[in-house]
Each structure stands twice: as structure tokens, then as C-alpha cells.
Ligand binder design. Sequence first.
Ligand code: CA
Length: 331
Amino acid sequence: MQRIFYFLLFLALGWACNTPAADDVEAISSTEHQDQPLQINNPIIKDQFTADPAALVYNDTVFLYAGHDEAETDFHFYKMNEWLVFSSTDMVNWQRYPVPLKVADFEWSSGDAWAAEVIEKDGKFYWYVTVSHATIEGKAIGVAVADSPTGPFKDALGKALISNDMTKATDISWDDIDPTVFIDDNGQAYLFWGNTVCYYAKLKDNMIELDGPIETIELPNFTEAPWIHKRGDWYYLSYAYQFPEKTAYAMSRSITGPWEFKGIINELAGNCNTNHQAIIEYKGTPYFIYHTGGIQPFGGSFRRSVCIDYLYYNADSTLKRVVMTSEGIQK
Ligand code: CA
């Protein structure tokens, strides 16, 4: 009799567990919705080539700054004469603005609108750029300023902030490229840059003069494209690693190091030999912004396009590897 009771109880429990509750029905229908194909959102700009992304979150808006690849074919070298700016409030739809800054705006420069980054301080926007110097052999870093994140920007200094002759840790003439700028919690601003060697220096309060010596950082296989960001108590220095480039990163408890190498976060960007990242957090979500040769059939190393994917952190604050997708960010 007892056995029959337990058998009936077993059947009753089994029936209860297999009967869908109202909540489950709802969940099934939303799963079916997710099975629909996602929108293809990468590259984010499809009607012109964009490269070397940098991004700034200001007034609840993301401003995306990029170089403009203008090479007629992908078999030549970089042809870059101006920088571009776009904005978004959902990371999916992007608004374009008039060209805010050109190489020609730096009278001391001879060309090459290479990688750059914008930062805001006290209501002014400072744009640190890579260009070729007209009279000092090699690449150089200039700085432009504006009252609005979309410009117009003008040369803030009338000369290079960094020229090739100021840094001698390597003999190459293109070691002074790819500036990234960061303002620490105490208000002190730092400029990081480099190719082959990673340099950094303090900036004065005016943001257009160095404040102290130029230092170097030891990083494994550092190629170029440093980017500094901070999350919680951790500083992150991500950079282009080897060539063709992957993206790797190091972490530190201080902006001045010591930096501990943590490994690779992004793999080779397909048909593009460079890999240039910006890392931001917007409305609580971390994003990894980079470029590929993803506009087909004409994209490549000199005809690049900016893409965005989600970035994830591990519980110990290290970064999970980025998964580059065609779908990108979904609304
Ligand atoms: Ca140099």
C-alpha cells in the first residue's frame, strides 16, 4: 500500500514538473524571437573607409573619432588627409558631422592623418593626432582644440607636441605615433604613444605641454596603438601586439606602473594587418571598438572600417577575449 502511494506521488510530481507554467510559455516565445537572424551591424560605417578608432563618452553620447582611409586601391599605402567624427546614443545608429580636422590644419605638418584620440578637460576638447613633420624627419604628435566634441578644431600649439628627435629609444623615424591620453583621478593628465617602444609623459594642466621627462614602458611585442582605460581600481594598457597585429593588454594598480602583461584580447583582424582598439564603457556596458578590412570586396589593410563588439570582464577584473562578429552591437 505504501509503495503504491509513493508510485502515485512520483507520477503526480512528474506531471507537475512537465506541465508548462505561464512563465515558461512566455520564455519559449521570446526564445523563438531570439532565433531570428540578427542585424549585420559591422562595420558600423559602410559608405566610407574609417580607421584607427578612438571614442569619447560625453553628455550621455558616444563620439567616435576615426582616420579616413582614402586609398584608391588596397595595393598601395595609407592615403589619409583628414579625421572624421560620428556620434551615437545607442552604439548602432551613427550620425556623421562635417570633417572636423585635417592635416592641412597643422601648418608644420606635411601629411598623414594617422591615429588620434580626443579627451575633454574643463569644457574644452583636445585632439592628439599623428602626422608627418614637414621639417623634422619622421612622424610627430600634434594637438588641436575645440569648444565642442564635433569641432571645428584648430591647432592648439602651432608646432609639434612630440617630434621624432625628442625620443631616441629606437632609431626608427615613426616611433612617435598613436597618441592616447588619460586623465587620472587626481586630475593629472598623461600622454602615451609609440611604435616599437611605448613612451609616456605627464601633460601640464593646459594639456598642450609636457610636464616632465619622457619615460618608456617594457611590454612584450609592443608594436603600437596604446590605449589606456580604468575600471574600478585597475588601469589597463591595451596595445597592438606583433605584426600583423593582435591586441594584447597589461594591468596595473597605478598609471605609472608597474604593468603586468595579461595576454591577448583580440586576434588578427582578418584581412587587415593592423588592429587598433578603443575601449569604453557606455550606459554600463563595456565596448571594444576596432577596425578590420571588413567592407567587401574592396576593404583591406589600407581601406579599413571601424567595427564594435561587446567586451567582457572576468570576475578577477581580467579581460575576456573579444569575439569579433559581423552582427556587432544589437539594439
Ligand atoms: Ca623618435
